[in-house]
Design a protein around this ligand. Structure first.
Ligand code: SF4
Ligand code: SF4
Length: 102
């Protein structure tokens, strides 16, 4: 993403954050497919492999998913995310949620 787009994303972020809150990803549900990374127009999503310690903190369902699908999970950069919702609509695991802030 170019510098101009990054600055634009930051400005939009400031405006939308007031209305829309922040995004959270349920790591027990995410299977690391990467679709949200491709869909995000602001390059706010990345896939990161969980450490052993992080995997141990998951629920039973989450640890089972890691065994089947691997330890890659989506993470959002709050500074880039505008909470536009594009990724939420594409997540087949319904792992992405919006948290409304006061
Ligand atoms: S949050 Fe959803 S779309 Fe993104 S990597 Fe996880 S399962 Fe895939
Ligand atoms: S809500 Fe929009 S800006 Fe934020 S990670 Fe999802 S697609 Fe990207």
């Amino acid at each position: 993403m170019g510098l101009k787009n990054k600055l634009f994303a930051k400005e939009l972020d400031k405006e939308l954050r007031i209305k829309n809150g922040i995004l959270t990803i349920d790591q027990n549900s995410c299977d690391g497919c990467g679709v949200c990374v491709q869909k995000c127009p602001f390059d706010a999503m990345t896939i990161i492999e969980l450490s052993r310690e992080q995997i141990e903190q998951l629920s039973f369902k989450g640890r089972l998913k890691v065994r089947i699908k691997g330890a890659n999970k989506a993470f959002v950069d709050d500074h880039l995310c505008t909470v536009c919702g594009a990724c939420m609509k594409t997540c087949h695991e319904f792992a992405i949620h919006k948290v409304v802030q006061d």
